[in-house]
Design a protein around this ligand. Structure first.
Ligand SMILES: Cc1cc2nc3c(=O)[nH]c(=O)nc-3n(C[C@H](O)[C@H](O)[C@H](O)COP(=O)(O)OP(=O)(O)OC[C@H]3O[C@@H](n4cnc5c(N)ncnc54)[C@H](O)[C@@H]3O)c2cc1C
Length: 475
C-alpha cells in the first residue's frame, strides 16, 4: 500500500475522543499505552511502536463514532482484542488510536431453538464455550489461548486450535457479523441463518481479515449438540515418522475423525519437563501424540478408543495412556498448553516462531527436512502443533550463536529457506497465527502479483484512507 500521511494525535483530538466516549473511555497514560501496544509475537518485536491514545468503546455506536472521526481526520486506528496475537496484528505501527474491545464483553443471547450464541467481541473465548456448555450446547472453537484470547480476536484471525480437524476453524462457526466500516457505517451480514446466498460472502471476507477491513462489533455463532463423552489418548511414539504415518490411518483404517490430533516432538516435551514440575511418561520418546475422540454414545466411543489404541500400538506407539475423567484429561492437555507457554518462560532466546501448513501427505517430508534446514543456520527447534491439519508450529532457537547477535537478521535467510521448501510442498506461510506485521514481507512468496493486487483493491474498497490497522496483512 502507498504510504499515508497521518494527522498527529493532538490535545484537541484527545478532547474530541473524550466527547465521544466520556473521560473514562480515553487515556493517554504512558504505561498503559505501552502495555496496549504489545502482543505475544516475540519479546521486543513491537518495541518501536506505541499508541498515542487508547480508546475503550462500550458499544457499536462508540466504535462507529471513533472510526468516523478517525477517517475524517486521517488518524490510524488499531483494533485490539486481548493482545494474545502471534503476528503483531494489534501493534500500532503508526501510533494513533488503539481501540480496545475489552469493555464490549457481554454474551447477548443463547438461542436454543436456533442453536446460536450472540456475543460482543470482547468476551474471553472460554467464557463463550462455558456459556454454551451451561445450556447443554457446544461451541467448537478451541484455540490453545482460549482462556485469554477474545472471541473477536479469534474471528479477526480466523483462529484455529485443537478441534479444527473435526469441527473447522473459527470461521466455520460464524453465522453472522455486525461490523463498523472504516468510515463509521455499521453493517451486518448473515444472522441466525444456515444458508444465505443473497450477497458476496462478506462474513468470510471479514473473518481472518486481521482488523484491516472493519471492526467486528457483534458475532452470531453456530452451536452444536454437546458431545456426551470425550476421551483423550496420550501416545508416546517410537519415531516421528511412525507418528506421521499413523495420522491418516486413524481415519482410513480406524474409521473415525478425532476431534483433535496434536503432536509434540521430543524437544518440546523436554522443555516442558525442564521448565515446569510436570513429569511426562516416556518423555524420551521421539514424539507424543494427543488423540481426542468425542461422541454421544459411551459404548460406541469406548469401542473407537479400543480400535484406535490397537492401531497406535501396531504402528509404533510405545504405550497408549487413556484419559477419561476430567482431571486426567486436563493433565494431558496441560502438557500441550505448556509447550506453547514455556517458550516465554524459558531462558533461551528465540530466533523465530513459525506456523506453517503443508498438505497432510507432505508433513512427513517437511519434518524430515527440518533438521537440515535448522542445521544450515546453526539453529535448533521444537516442532509441535495441530498435525492432524498439517499445521506445524516451529520455535527456532539459535545454537551456539553469540547472544548479542542480531537475531532478526539471522532469521531472514533461515525463513527464506524454510518457506521455499514449504512452498515446494504446496504449503503456506501461516495456518492460524496470521500474517499481521510479522509475516507481511514474506506473503509475496506464496501469492502472485495478481493476488496481491486483488488484496490491495479489497483493502482500498473498504478503507480508501488506509486508517484501519495500516501496514498489516496486505503485502
Ligand atoms: C499461548 C498461546 C497459545 C495460542 N494458541 C493458538 C491456537 O491454538 N490457535 C490459534 O489460532 N491461535 C493461537 N494463539 C494466537 C492468538 O491467541 C489468536 O490469534 C487469537 O485469536 C488472538 O485473539 P486476541 O483477542 O488476543 O486478539 P489480538 O491479539 O488483540 O488481535 C489480533 C488481531 O485481531 C484484530 N482484532 C481484534 N479484535 C478485533 C475486532 N473486534 N474487530 C476487528 N479486528 C479485531 C487486531 O487488530 C489484530 O489484528 C495463541 C497465542 C498464545 C499466546
Amino acid at each position: 500500500m502507498c504510504e499515508t500521511r497521518y494527522a498527529p494525535v493532538t490535545e484537541k483530538v484527545v478532547e474530541d475522543l473524550v466527547s465521544i466516549l466520556g473521560p473514562s473511555g480515553v487515556t493517554t497514560d504512558r504505561g498503559k499505552r505501552a502495555v496496549y501496544s504489545m502482543d505475544e509475537t516475540l519479546p521486543g518485536f513491537e518495541r518501536d511502536y506505541i499508541a498515542d491514545v487508547l480508546c475503550f468503546p462500550e458499544n457499536a455506536e462508540h466504535v462507529s463514532a471513533i472510526l468516523k472521526y478517525a477517517n475524517e481526520h486521517i488518524i490510524p486506528v488499531t483494533p485490539r482484542g486481548a493482545g494474545t496475537g502471534l503476528s503483531g496484528g494489534a501493534v500500532p505501527v503508526f501510533g494513533g488510536i488503539v481501540m480496545s474491545m475489552e469493555r464490549m464483553n457481554s454474551i447477548l443471547e443463547i438461542d436454543k431453538a436456533n442453536r446460536t450464541l450472540t456475543t460482543e467481541p470482547g468476551v474471553v473465548t472460554s467464557e463463550v464455550t462455558k456459556a454454551a456448555r451451561d445450556r447443554g450446547l457446544f461451541y467448537a472453537g478451541d484455540p490453545c489461548s482460549g482462556d485469554i484470547s477474545f472471541i473477536g480476536g479469534n474471528v479477526a484471525e480466523n483462529a484455529g486450535g485443537n478441534k479444527v480437524i473435526k469441527y473447522g476453524a473459527t470461521g466455520a462457526h460464524v453465522l453472522g457479523l455486525e461490523a463498523a466500516l472504516p468510515d463509521g457505517n455499521l453493517v451486518s451480514f448473515g444472522g441466525k441463518l444456515r444458508k444465505d446466498v443473497t450477497s458476496y460472502d462478506f462474513i468470510h471476507l471479514l473473518v481472518g481479515s486481521e482488523g484491516t477491513l472493519a471492526v467486528v462489533t457483534k458475532i452470531i455463532l453456530n452451536l452444536l449438540p454437546l458431545p456426551k463423552c470425550v476421551t483423550d489418548l496420550l501416545v508416546p511414539m517410537s519415531s516421528v515418522e511412525s507418528a506421521v504415518r499413523l495420522i491418516p490411518l486413524i481415519t482410513t483404517e480406524g474409521g473415525v475423525i478425532p476431534s483433535s490430533i496434536e503432536f509434540m516432538d521430543r524437544n518440546s516435551i523436554h522443555n516442558v519437563e525442564e521448565y515446569t514440575s510436570l513429569k511426562i511418561p516416556h518423555s524420551g520418546a521421539a514424539a507424543q501424540l494427543i488423540i481426542q475422540l468425542d461422541g454421544m454414545d459411551r459404548k460406541q466411543l469406548w469401542s473407537d478408543v479400543e480400535r484406535i489404541g490397537d492401531l497406535c500400538v501396531k504402528n509404533g506407539a510405545v504405550e497408549v495412556f487413556v484419559a477419561e475423567d476430567k482431571n486426567a484429561r486436563d493433565r494431558v492437555w496441560r502438557i500441550r498448553k505448556y509447550v506453547a507457554e514455556e517458550e516465554w518462560t524459558g531462558s533461551m532466546p528465540i530466533l523465530s516462531k513459525e506456523d506453517i501448513v503443508v498438505p497432510s501427505s507432505e508433513v512427513s517430508a517437511f519434518l524430515a527436512r527440518l533438521p537440515d534446514i535448522a542445521k544450515n543456520h546453526s539453529a535448533t527447534y521444537n516442532a509441535y502443533g495441530h498435525i492432524g491439519d498439517g499445521n506445524i508450529h516451529i520455535t527456532i532457537f539459535p545454537d551456539g550463536i553469540d547472544p548479542s547477535a542480531d537475531l532478526h537478521a539471522l532469521a531472514i535467510p533461515l525463513r527464506n529457506e524454510l518457506y521455499a521448501y514449504v512452498k515446494r510442498l504446496g504449503g503456506t506461510l501461516s495456518g492460524e497465527h496470521g500474517v499481521g506485521l510479522k509475516r507481511k514481507e514474506y506473503a509475496g512468496i506464496f501469492m502472485n502479483e495478481a493476488q496481491i493486487e486483488l488484496m490491495k483493491r479489497v483493502k482500498r474498497a473498504f478503507d480508501p484512507n488506509n486508517i484501519l490497522n495500516p501496514s498489516k496483512l496486505v503485502p
